[in-house]
Ligand binder design. Sequence first.
Ligand code: CP
Ligand code: NVA
Length: 308
Amino acid sequence: MTDFLDINTTPPEALRSIIDNALAMKSARKGQPKGTPDAEQPLANHMVALIFEKPSTRTRVSFDVGVRQLGGQTLVLSGADMQLGHGETIADTARVLSRYVDLIMIRTFEEQTLVEMAEHATVPVINGLTNRSHPCQIMADIMTFEEHSGPIKGRKVVWSGDGNNVFNSFAHAAGQFGFDLTFTGPPTLDPEPGSLDEARSRGVNVTIERDPAKAVEGADLVVTDTWVSMHDPASARERRHNQLRAYQVNEALMARAKPDALFMHCLPAHRDDEVTSAVMDGPNSVIFDEAENRLHAQKAIMRWCLGV
Ligand code: CP
Ligand code: NVA
């Protein structure tokens, strides 16, 4: 039994087997109604807690559906309705939940909450997004890239916008999957340097280029995300928009990438802020495949965590 807390702390061979398993499970159930149980039911008799301290559409629904397809049952819990961190310590909640459920997925604010949960739970814990990372999303993104464009190793990924939690997981993935990563955005919203240095130490090119037009040259994949994340104060909205406007992904920017470059966004997107509708709905966009692949990737992650 193993936690899935971050991409940089999961062995590369495990990451590869998760992607391969996700692709195989996706293809095995192609065309079937969504509620059809998988041929294998490795989560039969398993109870999974899905805890949300922040809003979610994709993570909530894809985990819930994924557990059911694998034969398990879910409890979807709102952090606000629990004693999490205020009525009792995270450690005590972790110990208690471990007596009721076989697996815990948590979306929370501080990374420390996730770490404490994992440390004190006696069942595997999965990171469903923190202020610092979003590893399940990037596993789905790697899967999506490889479905459309082949192996990601050695390819060029460009992130335009805020150096946020989703970017951080891309930096983790660059080192583990061996792709080059360019960040383009204003210096005030740079990603944390530690993740960039760690990826570089694993032998990949990680660069910061302030000019978005230069940054996307030769890109195989262009990615962006919301300019204001759930943990950012609402009061920062106007300042962030002013700083990030030049980094919008639009058709002019996409035209500078490779002609077959993919466009990704973890969603939810703010149409015509960080990305134009023309790009989101255009021929290079794979955003809804990304969303679908959350389901398949997370099923493979849960199986890996439980060793089933
Ligand atoms: N991309 C993603 O995690 O979406 P939700 O916030 O809707 O779960
Ligand atoms: N960066 C975004 C991702 C949402 C899935 C946030 O943290 O709000």
